[in-house]
Design a protein around this ligand. Sequence first.
Ligand code: UGA
Length: 436
Amino acid sequence: MRIAVVGTGYVGLVTGTCLAETGNEVVCVDINEKKVEMMKAGKLPIYEPGLEQLFHRNIAQDRLKFTSNLAEGIQDAKIIFLALPTPPGGDGAADLSYVLGAAGDIAKLLTDYKVIVTKSTVPVGTADKVTAVMQQHAAPGIEYAVVSNPEFLREGVAVEDFMKPDRVVVGTTDERARKLMAELYGPYVRQGNPVIFMDERSSELTKYAANSFLATKISFMNEIANLCELVGADVDMVRRGIGADDRIGKRFLFAGIGYGGSCFPKDVQALAKSAEENRYDFKILNSVMEVNEIQKTVLTEKVKKYFKGDLAGKHFALWGLAFKPETDDIREAPALYIIDALIEAGATVSAFDPEGMANVKAMLGDKITYAENQYDVLKDADALLIVTEWSLFRTPDFDKVESLLKAKVIFDGRNLYDLDKMVDCGFYYNSIGRKE
Ligand code: UGA
């Protein structure tokens, strides 16, 4: 099938590349000509494990193309995906100007029936708004369907999530669109996972409900962790104890230093805002956000307590900057809050992250120093802070760590190490929701 994907950000590129992988002919459209030229030259603008190989293979086989010309991109396409940014506006609600702008431009170019799919995370009612804009700009008599098809990709495992989704959610009441979407996703759900069809509004809400529920799980566990510390319990034990119940599930129960990234913070806020606009007080969501803000300060509060409130002249080493492993994404990364708090308190910071350093450098410049590897960063540090749970931090050479740090002190925001082992190694080890 011929597909167009408008917007080559993270979602657009993963979607376009993975759709090409099953034999579709995909044209990715972006207004940024420099980016288009770069991709045409075979350079992938984002880091995502497994994507590069698919990207190159499909370009080589002529199934994945790029253009900055919208008319050229959507010509002959049966389905047009809108994968455009929906940043939070000043009031916290998602800003739809990119999505609606593109919809208007596409409408002007339509000559035959096409399915327009909103892939971006958009508030309930957006399909209706897109339809209204299209009606305004499309030539009379032209038929089209506006479909909601939210993405549930996780950064770091996005290719796997796209190729083998737990489920695909499609919001449409248009029979022709339903058939085309079922045909498109058929190869991805061969193991029997469902393509769940519903109306547009339910589909739009499903996306926010999913992310907000997951964020709620995390904030809940973070509160349990804080309580564990007060009552002398261990959050890892509690996690295993409750996670064994199928109704609760093992996943997404890890306490830490707050959720970050480009999705959870934005989506929880947008759902709360949308509830407010509909005069509904979504109490849980407000607490989820409040807990998350507090959780981002937990690690530095532990550091301050250990150093009796005086961090002036102290130097700290950070393992991890990205908001989670296997990504270079630092949007809403807890590391940024931790760095700010340490510097504010008069300390200096040195960091190492396998993928996230270039982005932090672009944002913070020489506010902190950057190390070549996970050991160099430790030199002369008063303590090590573990911020992102990259695999290479899980089994370090503790003798080397000890020899480089000024003192044997580790604050672990991701609970990477066994408590007994740390006692054996003689470290002062303070993690989340476990004994000191
Ligand atoms: C999230 C969702 O998991 C995807 O399903 C969704 O498609 C995506 O948002 C989106 O809306 O685009 P992502 O932001 O890539 O994916 O990252 P997650 O793996 O979900 O992690 C989010 C945050 O939660 C991270 O900061 C992570 O450290 C934190 N987290 C996650 C915890 O603190 N504890 C956990 O148990 C799990």
